[in-house]
Design a protein around this ligand. Structure first.
Ligand code: HEC
Length: 131
């Protein structure tokens, strides 16, 4: 009985040192690789995420667009965009402020109202060019 008590006491005394030993890295830490751990999205993929995000572009509320589900039809289908808008500036104008072309447009002026930043509009354009 007595000896088991001593063993238990010894084990308790050893615990903190074990914990401390665990804190120390056994070997030099391997270089972290955060870049490999995170998926690298292309500008077009980022643009698709923005265009379909209900708190951002929400383009699907009004446009048939790619494989997007349950689209609205206030606006025309967004297809053959590269062919129809070879000039990116014209596309940027439409997305940034649709009222330039149509003063009574119901399409939100995404750039003018800061709903999408300039770089976000660039990404949306890259996505539209895949349609
Ligand atoms: C509230 C509805 C609405 C939303 C949301 C909307 N649009 Fe539109 N969009 C329209 C309408 C309506 C038109 C037709 C032209 C006009 O009235 O300005 C249009 C026209 C367009 C055109 C010209 C189409 C063509 O065939 O020439 C493009 C490009 C476009 N929208 C892109 C977008 C993108 C990209 C988004 C999301 C970032 C978006 N729209 C969000 C309503 C909308």
């Amino acid at each position: 009985m007595k000896s088991s008590g001593i063993i238990a006491a010894a084990a308790i005394l050893m615990l903190p040192s074990l914990a401390m030993a665990a804190d120390k890295p056994a070997a030099p830490a391997a270089p972290a690789a955060p870049a490999a751990a995170q998926p690298v999205l292309s500008p077009a993929a980022k643009g698709k995420a923005l265009a379909t995000d209900r708190n951002k572009g929400n383009c699907l509320a009004c446009h048939i667009m790619g494989d997007g589900e349950v689209p609205g039809n206030f606006g025309p289908p967004l297809s053959q965009m590269k062919e129809r808008y070879p000039d990116k500036a014209a596309l940027r104008k439409q997305i940034s402020d649709a009222t330039i072309k149509n003063p009574t447009s119901i399409m939100p002026p995404f750039g003018k109202h800061g709903i999408l930043s300039n770089s976000e509009i660039d990404q949306v354009i890259e996505y539209l060019y895949t349609l």
